[in-house]
Structure formats: structure tokens, C-alpha cells
Design a binder for this molecule. Structure first.
Ligand code: ADP
Ligand code: MG
Length: 457
């Protein structure tokens, strides 16, 4: 068995940051490379939720990184503190020791904790209630029902409660599930004649957390079953936490007896965040992603986007994507470019934007937008993508870097190469030249009308 030195850890982390920046989190620093044994590198992860998350979502990227850094065909295995001194099981077999009794289907995001939840006027009550519930499950408010618009932190709060309870009591039996999964599980159990198992699963828990409970709307049978689940848990003093896009009485086609049950604990609404909260959230996200951002960038993004927090994150991701594609640090200028390009403002008036170019090319070559913007290199996609780049260079004011960034995070040399390839092929391939010229002239004669553009942005 070989120990792994600090050099390995450093190179490994650098590789992950460079090649999978979107996946990296600040808590990755706590992952400890343990040893190399029988072709497997073992990595110690102390937090059960992080361990489960890494096993399920990050194995491929970690394996690739370990192979790149060592130049050897190695496997990777994440282990918990309990496994640290025990021999490896068969490769590929997930280790479960040291985990609290997490429901097999439960996947929690280590990002969604109270530590990472920014409190502001829009969510202060919901947050305070969530903390109280997490601190005294079953005794503070039961049920705790949180509702509000999309992207305002309901799922985050539910998972924060779940993780906080698990951390305080590793033996707590807790089930976090989406309403959709609950409904599917119910129908599967009915079909398979396994209702006893279903009831065991959901009625023998200390805490039941169901996300997006408004999906019960119109589902009469599931409502009926859930009503009994609710009563069983309630009578046993077990905590229930529910989220919804509407207040209990505003969920359409929900049985009255459920509405009244939902209202009998604490109902809290989350509202859209104010400017200051949006700025703090962006700072927090940047920190979580190990992303150095100057102070004016969160303020700039927060001033432009006030709809919901998922949109804020999307904007930050665009800025990060452009910085990564261009290989430069994040600055206010760069943020402006990234967000302007996105809204079509980066083009000159009366000229087609990237969207219109992409529309024309996808239609002409019958390829999908997602393929054009992906990393796929198959000829059937590479050529249309190169045509897009060639047209983008002729019809927009975007730089080579920006064009490359838009088409799947490629760098400016790829765009230069694309332009040369298209020019060369136009010389040698008469038919191809005709196709490109037609696309080119269609774009010149049908530029995007400026008013249509501004209405959609
Ligand atoms: P919802 O379930 O209400 O649609 P989510 O909980 O999925 O919304 O939140 C969307 C994104 O916004 C998540 O990435 C979440 O971490 C983030 N988010 C929401 N509210 C906050 C907050 N108060 N502080 C930090 N991040 C937040
Ligand atoms: Mg949600």
C-alpha cells in the first residue's frame, strides 16, 4: 500500500479546477487522498452527505483526474472515516459503512446547507422557522410548510433542515423525497402489491421532508395515501416539512382535509430577494466555487437580474464560462460582455446575433443546438459548428474568444482554425461554397429586426 504525498494532492486539485471548474467546491479541500492500493486510489471524506454526493456524482471526473495526474490506469474510491483502516471491498462496490441511515434514493447537495443560505427580508421568517425545526424536530412547528415562487430557495431550505438534523443525530431516520418520486413510489407499490413496504418506508421515519408537494394536485389516490401517511406521522409526533409553489389553500384540486392539515403547523412564504441580498448571495456562490470576483461584479449582476436566485446563478455561470474560455480573470468589463452577449446587445444594430446564426445553421444542416454548443467533435456536428463560427465572425462584432466561448467553451485558436477550414473548403468544394454563400446572404438580407430583439430581452 502506498501513501500519497502532498504533491499528488496539489496536482490533483489543480487538474480538477482546470478541467471541471463547474464541479469544484471549496469543501473539496477537505477531501484527503489516503493511499494507493491494488490500482485504486482511496479518498477519505468525513461528511456522509458529501461522501454520498461524491460517490454518485463525481466519480468519473475524479477518476479522469487521477489518471491524468499519475499517467496510470487507476480507479478511485471515496471512503468514510469508518472505512479508513479497513481493506478495500471489491472495486466498484460502493462503501456504505459510516453513513447514517440515508434512504437509498435520497441525494442531498452538500451546497444546500444553512451555512450557505443567505438571509434577507424575503426569507427571514422561513429561515428562522427552518432553523427551529432543525433544532427541535417534531416539537417546534409541525408540519412546517414553506411556499413561494420558483428559484427562491425552497429546496435549499428543505435540504438544509435535512442535513442539519442528520449532522446532529446520525441515527435519525429521515426521508427527503420529491413529491414526484413519492407519487411514483406509491403507484409502483400499488401495482406490485407492496403497500406494506411502502407504508414501512414512509411511516417509520422520524422526519419526512417532501419537496414540491403541490404536485399532489389532481392526484386523488396519492392524496388519499398521503393523508394517511400524514396522520400516522403527526400522531406519532414525527416532523414533517413540505414545500410548494403556492400556499395550501391555493393549490388547485387538493382535498380540503389536506389543505387544513398543511395549515395546522407553520406556513412561511419566501419572497424575491432584495438587491442587498442578491449581492450577498452572489458573493457567497463565488466563494463556494473558489471564484475570485471583484466587488463590483456581484453588484452589476444583482442590478440586472432581480427575478430569482437560479437566474442569478446562471448569470454568474456565464461570466465564469467566458473567463474560463478566455483564460483571464473575472472583471467588471468581462461580466458586462458575458451578460450583454447573452442578451444580444453585443451585436451592432441591424445585424444578426448569434442566436439567429445558430437558428439558420441548425435548420439548414438539421443538427441540434445542444450539439453545436457541446464538446462533440463528430464530423456531422463539427462542420456546421465551424460554419457558425465563420458566419459569426462575418456578421457580429464578437471577438474570436467570445465566439469560441459561446460554442462550447472553445478558445480563440479553435475559431481561427474553423475560419481557415471553411475558407479552404469553399475554394475546393463548389457545392459547399454555394451552401455557405446562401446562408451568408440570407443573414445579410434578413437581419434581426431591432425591435423584436429588444422586446425579448
Ligand atoms: P426553489 O426550490 O425555491 O425553486 P432552490 O432552492 O432550488 O429554489 O434555489 C435555487 C438556487 O438558488 C439554488 O442553487 C440555491 O442554492 C440558491 N438559493 C436560493 N435561495 C438562496 C439563499 N437565500 N442563499 C443562497 N442561495 C440561495
Ligand atoms: Mg425546488
Amino acid at each position: 500500500m502506498a501513501r500519497l504525498g502532498p504533491d499528488f494532492a496539489r496536482q490533483f486539485n489543480e487538474h480538477l479546477r482546470r478541467h471541471h471548474p463547474e464541479m469544484c467546491r471549496h469543501w473539496f479541500d477537505d477531501i484527503e487522498p489516503l493511499d494507493l492500493e491494488g490500482g485504486t486510489v482511496r479518498m477519505l471524506v468525513r461528511e456522509p452527505v458529501q461522501l454520498r454526493y461524491l460517490q454518485r456524482c463525481c466519480t468519473r471526473q475524479f477518476t479522469e483526474a487521477v489518471q491524468a495526474v499519475t499517467g496510470r490506469l487507476l480507479a478511485i474510491r471515496f471512503v468514510g472515516p469508518q472505512d479508513e483502516f479497513t481493506a478495500s471491498p471489491e472495486p466498484g462496490e460502493p462503501s456504505t459503512e459510516g453513513l447514517p441511515r440515508l434512504d437509498e434514493q435520497m441525494l442531498l447537495s452538500p451546497d444546500y446547507t444553512f451555512d450557505n443560505f443567505v438571509v434577507g427580508p424575503g426569507n427571514r421568517l422561513a429561515h428562522a422557522a427552518a432553523m427551529a425545526v432543525a433544532g427541535r424536530p417534531g416539537r417546534a412547528y409541525n408540519p412546517f410548510f414553506v411556499h413561494g415562487g420558483v428559484g427562491l430557495g425552497k429546496t435549499h431550505l428543505l435540504q438544509a433542515i435535512t442535513q442539519s438534523i442528520l449532522r446532529a443525530d446520525r441515527t435519525a431516520r429521515i426521508c427527503y423525497i420529491s413529491c414526484g418520486t413519492f407519487t411514483d413510489a406509491f403507484h409502483d407499490s400499488v401495482r406490485a402489491g407492496r403497500m406494506t413496504e411502502f407504508r414501512d418506508r414512509f411511516r417509520n421515519v422520524d422526519v419526512l421532508v417532501i419537496d414540491d408537494i403541490h404536485f399532489l394536485s389532481k392526484r386523488e389516490q396519492t392524496q388519499e395515501e398521503f393523508f394517511h401517511t400524514f396522520n400516522a406521522l403527526y400522531q406519532a409526533g414525527r416532523q414533517m416539512v413540505l414545500s410548494s409553489d403556492a400556499a395550501p389553500q391555493d393549490i388547485p384540486d387538493l382535498e380540503e382535509r389536506l389543505t387544513s392539515r398543511f395549515n395546522c403547523g407553520l406556513v412561511a412564504r419566501v419572497d424575491r430577494p432584495c438587491f442587498e441580498t442578491r449581492v450577498s448571495i452572489l458573493r457567497n456562490k463565488a466563494q463556494m466555487l473558489n471564484l475570485p470576483v471583484p466587488d463590483d461584479v456581484p453588484a452589476y449582476i444583482a442590478a440586472r437580474i432581480d427575478s430569482n436566485i437560479r437566474e442569478l446563478e446562471g448569470a454568474l455561470a456565464k461570466v465564469r464560462g467566458l473567463a474560463h474560455a478566455m483564460g483571464c480573470p473575472i472583471t467588471l468589463e468581462l461580466a458586462k460582455t458575458a451578460l450583454a452577449a447573452d442578451s444580444g446587445l453585443g451585436r451592432a444594430v441591424g445585424q444578426p446575433n448569434l442566436q439567429i446564426i445558430v437558428d439558420a445553421v441548425t435548420k439548414f444542416y438539421d443538427v441540434r443546438l445542444t450539439d453545436l454548443l457541446s464538446k462533440r467533435r463528430h464530423k456531422s456536428i463539427a462542420l456546421p459548428r465551424q460554419v457558425c463560427m465563420w458566419l459569426a465572425r462575418r456578421h457580429t462584432r464578437f471577438s474570436l474568444e467570445e465566439i469560441g466561448g459561446y460554442f462550447g467553451g472553445r478558445d480563440h485558436t479553435t475559431v481561427m482554425h474553423a475560419i481557415r477550414t471553411i475558407d479552404a473548403r469553399r475554394q475546393s468544394d463548389h457545392r459547399f461554397n454555394g451552401e455557405v454563400e446562401r446562408l451568408d446572404s440570407d443573414l445579410s438580407t434578413n437581419p434581426a429586426p431591432a425591435d423584436v430583439e429588444s422586446r425579448t430581452t
